[in-house]
Ligand binder design. Structure first.
Ligand code: PLP
Length: 356
């Protein structure tokens, strides 16, 4: 039985991505070799890199003057690379969860950090709204989707300074006005590729302004100049990313994907809101993530949480246990997850509820 994959990351990939990657592992580009054993400097792999960058730019409608990089180190290394390269005096950060706090911690190593607002007081179950971003900061950093808590900022904020965003877990789930950003980054293992590659979209003319020594590998300029080929890039994850991008194009691009994602999330949130047993952890509908749906059992059913996980697991549902900081359940509905899986989860919830 093919399972229903609700893992938060690494997470479900399109069958197309998996099939094409499997084929390339056997034989790549009629070379008589596997993609695992060829030079990243071969013209065949250079063609993969070029096509990946081009398709990435066209799907997100990235304006002229931006570079798309594929690096190692995960989103977590970007928490440090961003301020190392971009923080000159002071930066503003929005604290919406563990990932945002980790980014704040690294930024403090490089300059003044103004945390403009935090939702920590309620275990990050909402998006702060009443805050102002000072105009004397180098940039405003936020996390667009808070994977652990299931909150999301789905509209590019309006602030008077350039923005930087961690879009690890909702990239390609909506159109983005990239012109408002100096830089966007994310680990690829949620909506794009297997673990091992990090995407960075960076505005070229903002680089080179920080007056500090930056190690070569941690300097964005190195990677912009060399087209992500300064050293050996994560060859296989980049190949897989290209397959996912081709699949996204086939689906009709980010507008079409957003429509599907919203429909999937609506089906699940409606089932939760209409249930006597389950309750969503994010009360404000506007703040709810369409990528990670977090919910728990109401106090009177709390002891049944473990039973429900077992019940759902028996029905082929994988990865619905909530993050330890939130508890309960988390269903990740990334782009590659079919509606059929959402419906199967809703059915399991209803069946379980009717039994108790
Ligand atoms: C998963 C995740 C991260 C961590 O990514 P790594 O690639 O493991 O460093 C950071 N931010 C967000 C929003 C995430 O979902």
């Amino acid at each position: 039985m093919k399972k229903h994959n609700f893992y938060a990351g690494p997470s479900i990939m399109s069958q197309y991505t998996i099939d094409e990657t499997a084929k390339a592992i056997k034989e790549f580009a009629d070379m008589g070799l596997s993609i695992l054993e060829i030079s990243h400097r071969s013209k065949q792999f250079q063609a993969v890199m070029d096509e990946t960058v081009d398709l990435f730019k066209s799907l997100l409608d990235i304006p002229e003057g931006y570079s798309v990089l594929f690096l190692g180190g995960g989103a977590s290394l970007q928490f440090a690379m961003v301020p190392m390269n971009m923080l000159i005096h002071k930066a503003a950060y929005l604290d919406t969860g563990v990932w945002a706090s980790k980014a704040i911690k690294e930024a403090k190593l490089f300059g003044d950090v103004d945390v403009v607002a935090s939702s920590k007081d309620r275990n990050y179950n909402y998006i702060p709204r009443d805050y102002t971003v000072p105009t004397d900061v180098d940039y405003f950093h936020y996390t667009s989707n808070n994977t652990i808590y299931g909150t999301e900022i789905r509209k590019d904020p309006d602030v008077k300074v350039p923005m930087i965003a961690d879009m690890s877990s909702d990239i390609f789930s909506r159109p983005v006005d990239v012109s408002k950003y100096e830089l966007i980054y994310g680990g690829a293992q949620k909506n794009l590729a297997p673990a091992g590659v990090t995407f960075v979209i960076v505005k070229d003319d903002t680089l080179g302004k920080a007056d500090r020594v930056i190690p070569t590998m941690l300097n964005y300029e190195t990677h912009v100049k060399k087209g992500s080929m300064f050293n050996t890039p994560p060859v296989l994850p980049i190949f897989s990313a290209l397959q996912t991008l081709k699949y996204y194009k086939q689906l009709g691009g980010v507008e079409a994907i957003e429509k599907m994602d919203v429909e999937k999330a609506d089906v699940l949130y409606n089932a939760i809101d209409g249930s006597k047993m389950f309750v969503a952890t994010v009360p404000n509908h506007e703040d709810r993530s369409i990528m990670n749906v977090c919910f728990v059992m109401k106090p009177e059913y709390k002891d049944l949480e473990k039973d429900f996980i077992d019940f759902a697991t028996e029905r082929g549902m994988m990865g619905i246990k909530g993050h330890r900081d939130v508890g309960g359940f988390r269903a990740s509905l990334y782009n590659a997850l079919p509606m059929e899986s959402v419906k199967a989860l809703v059915e399991a919830m209803k069946e379980f509820e009717s039994k108790h």
